[in-house]
Ligand binder design. Structure first.
Ligand code: BEZ
Length: 184
């Protein structure tokens, strides 16, 4: 039995591509906050935004007791789990974690987290190395930099601040500008 098997409706926490490309049916959506975690580009993508030969970087969540992650919550039904389990199959597990919805409700949310013990875990690296990797990687779902830039834009539109994402966005824009100058 995995978290939420057997439940009729569940609040799914979106903190990455599910914010800007949900591609799922949902009954409601709300801004939401997950306390005790931080969003980090520390998970390799070999199936969406990179390849096994040139992995990209995508987000996961790491425990950070004094911090919180802002994102969206979608109220979904169990049929959606099968699709999400497939889409996020590269190292992510379903967890049940307390979520704060913007209307003041506290719910037990479904959160996909890739932990340090999964095969695609990359962990931290110097900012310029992460930026170079993201600027270069490309996978079946498109360029890795598009994932980061769309996430940063979506967070801004929601009024969510994330220093890690915004700093990486600036570093990747710098990398992209430098590579265009080299080509042009
Ligand atoms: C998300 O976009 O919220 C998400 C990130 C990683 C795994 C599953 C979902």
């Amino acid at each position: 039995m995995t978290a939420f098997d057997g439940c009729a409706q569940v609040w799914l926490f979106a903190y990455g591509s599910l914010i800007f490309r949900p591609d799922i049916d949902y009954l409601e959506s709300r801004r939401a906050r997950l306390p005790g975690y931080a969003r980090r580009f520390w998970q390799a993508s070999i199936d969406h935004r990179g390849t096994p030969q040139q992995p990209g970087r995508v987000v996961t969540l790491v425990e950070a007791p004094a911090q919180a992650v802002d994102g969206l919550a979608y109220l979904i039904t169990p049929e959606v789990f099968a699709y999400l389990d497939e889409r996020e199959r590269n190292g992510y597990l379903r967890l049940a974690l307390p979520l704060h919805l913007e209307d003041g409700r506290e719910v037990s949310g479904l959160v996909y987290v890739a932990r340090q013990d999964n095969a695609s875990w990359l962990g931290p690296a110097p900012q310029e190395d992460m930026a170079r990797q993201i600027a270069r990687a490309h996978g079946p779902s498109g360029p890795n930099h598009e994932y980061l830039l769309r996430l940063a834009q979506a967070l801004r539109e929601l009024g969510c601040h994330d220093a890690h994402v915004f700093a990486l966005e600036q570093a990747v824009l710098g990398e992209l500008a430098a590579s265009h100058q080299l080509i042009g």
